[in-house]
Ligand binder design. Sequence first.
Ligand SMILES: C[S@@+](CC[C@H](N)C(=O)[O-])C[C@H]1O[C@@H](n2cnc3c(N)ncnc32)[C@H](O)[C@@H]1O
Length: 257
Amino acid sequence: MPTPVADRDALLQQALAKSWFYPLTLPDGRALPSTHDGRVDAIHLTRARMLDQLIDAQFPGDRQALSAIDIACHQGWFSLQLARAGFGRVDAIDARAEHIADTQLLAHVYEQASINPRQRDVFALNAQDDGTHDLVVMFGLLYHLENPVGALRVARALARRACVIETQVVPHLGGMVDWGSYEYVRPLKGCFGIIDEIDEVHAPEASVTGVCLAPSTEGLLWLLRAVGFRDAYVLPVPADGYEQLRHGKRVMVAALV
Ligand SMILES: C[S@@+](CC[C@H](N)C(=O)[O-])C[C@H]1O[C@@H](n2cnc3c(N)ncnc32)[C@H](O)[C@@H]1O
């Protein structure tokens, strides 16, 4: 049912009165205020292009019968992209209530009824209560968590066909490790960097606990297979894409069920 004009104007005013982490333009062409004067738009736009390519490759054709879940949706920009790509159901999940309210506002503004925003911690999600989804999207979350392996297990449990993870990564460390004795050694599969966000847990983009483990790319690929994905690979970055993605300091990884 279309929103009455007066309610619609109120909605647009509400959106214009807030600031947004993402580059957003109202259907009438007015730009929504940016929290950072557009300085981080490049990362969002590159990731959106890469997500579109993944969706086209893995989910060609009509997507109305398909469902996606956007874990750590923030203000719902990628949820909006999934809805516009035609996924018939898009669950938008974030630990922070204010992000869920903003995602709901965006869903109303852009009249995307397939978006279902819900406040949940990633570790509270499970297949029984939250269903399984053709596509699981987990962007910008892994390196804000103290239990990234647990989050990968959640992603695997919720994924029916594919999962796409985007994360900051740390330099890889490889080689053999003495495992009790120099005569009993094990290959290092990857590593994590410990990052301190303890004083930033109030920040809208930060960890909710303050202790963060960021993986190496090699470690992430190994872990995705270890938690049950049949394959995992790093997605190609456009030649003019965001510098961190081009230089492998962040990666977007597809994992297939
Ligand atoms: C850097 S932002 C990334 C947002 C968005 N996915 C993106 O890539 O633009 C991190 C997001 O993770 C959310 N978050 C942090 N810890 C979380 C947790 N344990 N469970 C669910 N969401 C969490 C934050 O509220 C924030 O929206």
